[in-house]
Design a protein around this ligand. Sequence first.
Ligand code: ATP
Length: 241
Amino acid sequence: MTVLSVSNLTCRHGLLTAVRDIDLSLARGEVLSIIGANGAGKTTLLRSIAGVHPVAQGRIALNGEDVTRLRAFERVRRGIAMSPEGRRLFYDLTVADNLRIASENARPGPWSTARVMDTFPQLGPLVHLPAGKLSGGQRQAVAIARALLSNPDVILLDEVSLGLSPAAVEGVYQSLATVRAAGDMAIILVEQDLNRALAFADRILCMAEGRAELQGAPSDFTRAQISDAYFGIHRQEAAHG
Ligand code: ATP
């Protein structure tokens, strides 16, 4: 059953249209990777689904209910959680306190602190450390764990592997594979690493200049089609042709 449905979504930064007419829909247990070059509109799309960037046109529905005009905290209550780029943890507080704050007032559901700790075993030895002392990969794990604790139906993960070591990326993706296998939620992630995105996602959405250049299962496309879409090449050729 469709959990998230986005139709004709357009978002602006002042006069700049950063997201143009995007459609997508996702079921529980599905993973969508959003790919595209810098400035393609990936973060703005994610932020607009989370309710931290206004929608200029279009509609966002969660479990069939229109949430387009709801504020971010109301969407969290309805079941949309976001782990932003830059992670935004409380760096002076311990990992345990960061997670405790997230679990207070969370929606009831299957994701408890114990389950999150099982899913991110790398956090076990770190619970009493301030989040500011953690490595990039460890911070990413805390940020995703925090989002899971709100028991979302849709989890939005911005820049999953940005700035992480290959080993840290591997660790985070192993945990994400566990989250996905549980099938509790739809996962949308923005991923700069094309190989990761193609290997992990059920579907990809490739954006260029705010548009959906290509959307579907990774196996629907050749690597050349994907890299053309990534750089918006076929659109330019069409414009000149
Ligand atoms: P990146 O990978 O660099 O984060 P992105 O695909 O996530 O890129 P966005 O950050 O959504 O892209 O940016 C889309 C467009 O909106 C870009 O042209 C960017 O310069 C512009 N933009 C983003 N944030 C703002 C802002 N706060 N004010 C004005 N323009 C912005």
